[in-house]
Write a protein that binds this ligand. Structure first.
Ligand code: DGT
Ligand code: CA
Ligand code: CA
Ligand code: ZN
Length: 581
């Protein structure tokens, strides 16, 4: 799919035009096109084939022509034209979070900064100080932006890697020489970011399999292709490694290449003490191989329970496996609903009905529509009367459904002073209230924590959404005292959200585990703005598993009456019939 490439090309055109100080109106139309194309779920090439590009809102005739040109030739003359006279390196600078065209043009004019190296030198020499409009805080942000940029060049979100792996596995599975195939490494452990993708295959004809791997759709560069291993770069920019082993070794190789390194080192020490040796070829007693076909054998022979990959970080999982006290981790199939979603009433794409139909297809019992609240203008937040209308529409739709419920909800903005964006009497009409911070990120740790805790103490707030506000590829999030937040949630019966959206994924694994240990319930929610984002539930479940979370810790595994009771309980209305949760 070329959607992503084309969207970023338009984004780059807009950036360069802005750098050159060109017409704002035209710049914005390129940015809009970039956003629209980035959000498309259909393959833009497919759409182009049927001549419907201009049917897409935001795509005019000129834009459509540029897209077709790119599809046909791999080039866009507008881009070639606009970047004349600007160095590639300077264009690259604008990809650094916090460095927009205005700052980049200032830096180049005043300090002659062309690329990243220049910028880093200038920062180190303190040359940015005193430039017009660049204060201490801005300098600090640029430094942080460079760090994030470097990380994003090295690691990608699991949400981006996941579909790549699915595509590769589906393609390789068709190869007749293949026996087993499985993702290993950090991806199998469901780390929130992955450095590269590791795929393990078993089969007798290694060279044939590696050849098929190197010739896969989407490969842009072959870094290595031998008899038992191959390494390629794919169009999404990430490196993918494949190893081929013989069937008899598959389990031990899978164990080895899943890692983490720290887990494996600890496990090897235990093996050694017990007189075994483990490596990618098997588990050995002296020279005799005693296991290796299945991963389970390794753990069993070492006297412990099999450890789910998400736990393999050497954070106490080996000891728990020896004692038989590993948690019974939550599974995707335990999920009964999704409690944070946006429809076209605010900034989402789908209608309420489309969301409901998709949720039913996913086997859910319920779905909460939590459109944005009134102050969030950028996200088309709902005025009070609009939320009332939406509630009516939900009531009307629910009459049509059988065994499925759209829950009335809102993602209410927590304002700068810790109060909520809607009055209690309106919140009372909702089944689920999700609250989150979208502004004032720079308030400082104490103030933000206070603000969040105040919201948690509101009797109507059931879930705190994306509790750190970070975006993996763009920003670190606000500083917050998570222990205090967890404490307040535990005290008040408020749930914390794992936001499944690939660029968010906060609560992270560590805080998740803390929350669980403090008895805080967790909501795993996708924050979908499109039905095609609802699959990301899988990512959130992965993070929950990394946080040792069990089904009983998660509110969206509850049957709907229990879920409603959980929410009502906080309002103090339902004291007599405490739900058993
Ligand atoms: P990443 O790619 O940075 O997200 O992290 P991983 O964990 O996927 O690391 P990677 O791709 O370098 O290696 C895949 C697995 O192979 C790793 O999790 C464990 C195993 N492995 C690699 N190098 C070593 C090593 O030196 N010792 C041990 N015990 N295992 C290793
Ligand atoms: Ca890896
Ligand atoms: Ca690797
Ligand atoms: Zn949201």
């Amino acid at each position: 799919m070329k959607n992503h490439e084309i969207a970023s090309l338009f984004e780059r055109i807009a950036d360069i035009m802005e750098l050159k100080g060109e017409n704002t109106f035209r710049i914005n139309s390129y940015r809009k096109a970039a956003r629209v194309i980035g959000d498309l779920t259909e393959d833009i090439e497919e759409i182009a084939k049927t001549q419907k590009l201009t049917d897409i809102p935001g795509i005019g005739k000129g834009t459509a022509e540029k897209i077709i040109e790119y599809i046909n030739t791999g080039k866009m003359s507008k881009y070639e034209e606009v970047k004349k006279g600007v160095s590639e390196e300077t264009v690259g600078l604008m990809q650094i979070p916090g460095l927009g065209p205005k700052t980049v043009s200032l830096l180049s004019r005043e300090l002659g900064i062309v690329g990243l190296r220049d910028l880093e030198n200038a920062l180190q020499a303190g040359k940015l100080k005193g430039l017009f409009g660049i204060g201490e805080k801005k300098i600090e942000n640029i430094a942080k932006g460079i760090e994030l940029f470097k990380i994003s060049q090295q690691r990608i979100s699991i949400g981006l890697a996941y579909p790549i792996v699915k595509r590769i596995i589906a393609e390789l599975q068709r190869n007749p020489h293949m026996k087993d195939i499985q993702a290993a490494g950090s991806l199998r452990r469901m780390r929130e970011t992955v450095g590269d993708i590791d795929i393990l295959v078993s089969g007798a004809k290694g060279a044939e399999i590696v050849k098929a791997f190197a010739n896969m759709r989407g490969v842009t560069q072959v870094l290595a292709a031998g008899d038992t291993r191959g390494s390629v770069r794919v169009e999404e920019g990430v490196q993918v490694d494949v190893r081929v082993v013989c069937e008899d070794d598959f389990g031990s190789a899978l164990q080895y290449f899943t890692g983490s390194k720290e887990h494996n080192i600890h496990l090897r020490e235990i093996a050694k003490k017990k007189g075994f040796k483990i490596n990618e070829y098997g588990i050995f007693k002296g020279d005799k191989k005693v296991g290796g076909r299945f991963e389970q054998e390794i753990y069993r022979i070492l006297g412990m329970d099999w450890i789910p990959p998400e736990l393999r970080e050497n954070r106490g999982e080996i000891e728990a496996a020896q004692k038989g006290t590993l948690p019974n981790l939550i599974k995707l199939s335990d999920i009964k609903g999704d409690l944070h979603n946006h429809s076209n009433w605010s900034d989402g794409t789908p209608t309420l009905e489309e969301m409901a139909v998709h949720a039913m297809k996913m086997g859910y019992q319920c779905l909460a529509v939590s459109d944005h609240s009134r102050s969030l203008h950028v996200a088309n937040g709902l005025k009070e009367e609009e939320l009332l209308e939406e509630i009516e529409e939900i009531d009307r739709l629910n009459k049509k459904f059988n065994g499925f419920t759209l829950l009335k909800a809102s993602e209410v903005d927590i304002k700068a002073d810790g109060t909520l964006d809607y009055p209690d009497k309106l919140l009372e009409k909702l089944d689920v209230v999700v609250a989150s911070i979208h502004s004032g990120f720079k308030q400082g740790r104490e103030k933000i924590t206070e603000r969040m805790v105040a919201a948690i103490h509101n009797h109507y707030v059931n879930i705190i959404a994306h509790p750190t506000g970070r975006l993996i590829s763009k920003r670190e999030g606000y500083e917050i005292d998570m222990d205090k937040v967890i404490g307040a949630c535990s005290e008040t019966g408020t749930a914390l959200e794992i936001n499944c959206y690939y660029d968010r994924l906060d609560l992270n694994d560590i805080n998740c585990r803390k929350a669980k240990e403090s008895g805080v319930m967790i909501a795993i929610s996708t924050d979908a703005h499109h039905v095609d984002q609802m699959w990301m539930m899988e990512l959130g479940v992965g993070i929950a598993r990394r946080g040792w979370v069990e089904k009983k810790n998660v509110i969206n595994t509850l049957f709907i009456d229990k879920l409603k009771a959980f929410c009502l309980k906080k309002r103090g209305r339902n004291k007599r019939s405490d739900p058993e949760i």
